[in-house]
Design a protein around this ligand. Sequence first.
Ligand code: ADP
Ligand code: ASP
Ligand code: MG
Length: 808
Amino acid sequence: MKVLKFGGTSVGSPERVNGVKKIIESQPSSCVIVVSAFQGITDELKQVAELASDRNDEYSVVLERIVWKHDDFLNHLLKGRKQEIHEKIRNIFNDLRETLNGIWLLRELSKHSLDQVLSTGEILSSLIINNLIENSLYIDSRTFIKTDSSFGFANVDFALTNSIIQRTISDTGNHIIVPGFISSNQHGETTTLGRGGSDYTAAIIAAAIDADVLEIWTDVDGFMTADPKKVEKAYAIDNLTYSEAIELSHFGAKVIYTPTLRPVYKKNIPILVLNTFNPGSKGTVISNKSTNGTHSPIKGISSIDHIDLITLQGTGMVGVTGTSMRLFGALARKEINIVLITQASSEYSITFAVSPADSQNATDGIHDEFRNEIDHNKELKILIERNLSIIAIVGERMKNTPGISATLFKALGRNGINVVATAQGSSELNISVVIKNESLKKALNVIHDGFFLSRFKELHLFVAGTGLVGTSFLKQIQKQSSTLLSERNLKVNLIGVTNSRKMFIDRKGISLEDYRETLKTKGEKGDISGFIHQMTRLNLRNSVFIDCTADQNVASMYNEILSKYVSIVAANKIACSSDYNYYQTLKNTANERGVRFMYETTVGAGLPIIKTLSDLVLSGDKILKIEAVLSGTMNFIFNEISPEMPLSEAIRKAREKGYSEPDPRLDLSGTDVVRKILILAREAGYPIEKEEVIVSKFLPDKCFTGDLNNFYRNVKEYDAEFEQKRKELVRQNRKWRFFATLDNGKAKVELVTVGPEHPSFNLEGSNNIILFTTSRYRELPMVIKGYGAGAEVTAAGVFADLMRVVNI
Ligand code: ADP
Ligand code: ASP
Ligand code: MG
């Protein structure tokens, strides 16, 4: 015979119960069917009992809700059926009312009466389902599952239980319906098997009747690699050993109640975990066969959301035998369930994890036991840490695979998740870590990404700046997103976007098509520190901050961003060209935190200049000299000057075409090029400051004071002089180039002239050229040349940096 168990999730509504009916009716032979209370009912019964004992009037409201819900099931499922069932149900509710009334009068809720109240849920659901399934038999589990009197968590008397089951349950050709979760003690009083205990009921029966298989029908496709409510990418595991399933469920995988596994394990009866809502899926087989068809050395990850860590610590423990025995004896007397234990090898402390509900009781127990050492000698003390969670990774194959801890800790470390304590089971079947509860979801996801080949990797973007570069970048992302997903398994989510006026963050993602509209209509007032605060509070894994502004305030936030384990891609030059100390701090922080700080586009837009330079340096080359035309704007202006296009007009044109800064004097004064050569010098290993770069201006100071109109007026005065020089240059076959040079650690920026022998002679339009003379490229310098300005190429460079962030 088979035993099938349908959980509360499978019987959440009348329609769902009809789905269960179909599954039962499709069984080729008769089975034992164990059912849970309808979804949510056990919780509501618990609530109503507590309200009654508090004499809270809300109690009748909750009670009527429970009655109403069952009426709804009856009306939908058993309309027009025998009066008998309606009457039975009425009687059950009358009994419940009486029990609750007693609790109300006594103002006390004993564990005994709570079990009495809770049992109603399973009694009702099993009766209704029994009436729904033609020719099914009904047996109340309290008649055959016999326990001690530990109400709420009763211990089964297996010898007695097994013999009664073997007498009462046999294959008569009809399905047998039984309520899960409930049992009775030797006095016939109702007990329960612990929350989630219907699974256990089914296992007890399966083991007693030597069932062929135990099927646990629930609301997910099987036992999954992680809780699908916390890890979106979790998927069903094909098979698990009993030991693996025990470890996973012990550490919180609610899909199977832990005690369930023991009776079937002993009898070697396989468990199948199946989905009521997707009956065709193959589910998970739990058996004694250890197969692992997947690439991963672990089978699954589970977690307990809330635990407290208690530490007993002090010199009173060193070299003293029997301390652990006394400690755990004290905890056992208080019936405390210990989830995890770790001991420092110095014997200076023992730390263990308990449920927060047990925390006070546990410390009281320890205090009683070690009163002398704690209060008098002060040799021991008790420390408690709260708001923690445990994560366990589990798999039989872990035993023989090195590097698992490394993968685990690397995944956590890279994402800024601090490990408070760790423990490894001696069987090497699990490694568990304790972390702060606030990081639980993030931790589960990064560990999952670290161990399982996911369908895709997700990036979470926070973009500052929606000007030309920011807009082009987001457009490129939008265009590439489906290719990135299909070819690189990369899912890029825009989570936050801000400009100087507005900001908007949405954890679920912002549509790339209408982020502008969203920012306008839903955005709040722009504030970069508020934006960054919200970004770090979200604490999403693989977060990247993209700076497409030219804003000093944004640049000054970089260190804080990197310290929060968020990578940065900057098109903004300010941070890298500010004080050398700040630049170095940013690099150090990124290194320490294992995140990336990328700024390729700060020099030469999309050209691979910084990457090349850093590769040369890393591979041991020495940079002797850099000569570069780094201002697309300046190159454009000096290439444009002609008899028809005087200097002042060429400047205007550069502005109109969007090549120059809004105030072109930032280009003409060399400020922009100074920043770039400073960055290159630093990348080449020279720790220089802005003030050390020598700038020779080619326009007098008076052009650089006053407003922009004033500037355009003043600069006209020099048109003739430049035209004169230009003619001279044409005669000599030479051209102007606005050069930045780094020679022997000294940087300068100046307007020079070059002849046809120089590689920059034919540099067209707004192009850039960079020549690296190095120990290896000494005779013939390495040359990089191409578009060095423009929103499209800069955005493409930002995109490329982002792709490099992914490859960490
Ligand atoms: P039922 O009412 O069927 O007993 P439960 O709510 O007790 O259902 O258990 C199923 C739930 O367990 C799933 O909906 C899922 O959220 C949760 N769960 C936690 N960890 C896992 C896991 N590793 N695999 C599958 N489900 C899990
Ligand atoms: N109905 C009980 C509970 O909610 C038992 C179960 O569902 O397994 O805990
Ligand atoms: Mg359950």
